[in-house]
Design a protein around this ligand. Structure first.
Ligand SMILES: NC(=O)c1ccc[n+]([C@@H]2O[C@H](COP(=O)([O-])OP(=O)(O)OC[C@H]3O[C@@H](n4cnc5c(N)ncnc54)[C@H](OP(=O)(O)O)[C@@H]3O)[C@@H](O)[C@H]2O)c1
Length: 129
């Protein structure tokens, strides 16, 4: 039996882990908010899925106000966020992950309350088995 679909909020969706996760989750019927610095670059992927399943939004994870507004827009669009997959980064530090999750937690949203700082990898693994 397959798992019920979930709503995933992904950062760094253009390449690497973020892109792979977005495409895998979409193929499995999940809903994805794919965020990246240049959303137009995901136009080919966006054409393959309905707006009900894939929402592409601009997000630079170093911009705290943009994190808040993008997360709020995503939450509004789908009514909930089940998992945050924070893949954005340049490999030099874990800073973007801490900023992103911390900002969510301060927003007081359901997703923020469920995703404490630094728990993203284990949370994601528990979801994808
Ligand atoms: N691959 C590995 O084996 C490995 C191992 C350990 C840790 N990591 C870390 O895990 C993360 C993902 O790895 P990856 O292999 O998937 O790397 P990747 O292919 O370089 O993907 C990173 C993504 O992050 C985006 N990004 C960078 N800075 C951003 C910002 N400020 N706001 C939003 N997006 C931003 C990049 O998009 P742009 O085109 O906009 O730059 C890119 O799409 C990286 O931080 C990497 O250092 C990777």
């Amino acid at each position: 039996m397959s798992a019920p679909p979930k709503v995933w909020f992904i950062t760094g969706s253009l390449t690497g882990f973020g892109r792979e996760m977005a495409e895998l989750l979409l193929r499995r019927g999940n809903k994805v908010i794919a965020t990246l610095r240049k959303p137009e670059a995901l136009a080919p992927l966006a054409r393959k899925y309905s707006r009900d399943q894939l929402l592409v939004l601009k997000l630079d994870v170093t911009e705290e106000e943009e994190i808040k507004s993008t997360f709020a827009e995503a939450h509004e669009a789908f009514g909930r966020i089940d998992v945050v997959f924070n893949s954005a980064g340049d490999g030099t530090s874990g800073g973007p992950q801490c900023l992103l999750i911390g900002a969510f937690a301060r927003s007081g949203t359901r997703a923020g309350a469920r995703v404490p700082p630094l728990s993203v990898p284990s949370l994601v693994l528990s979801y994808i088995g």
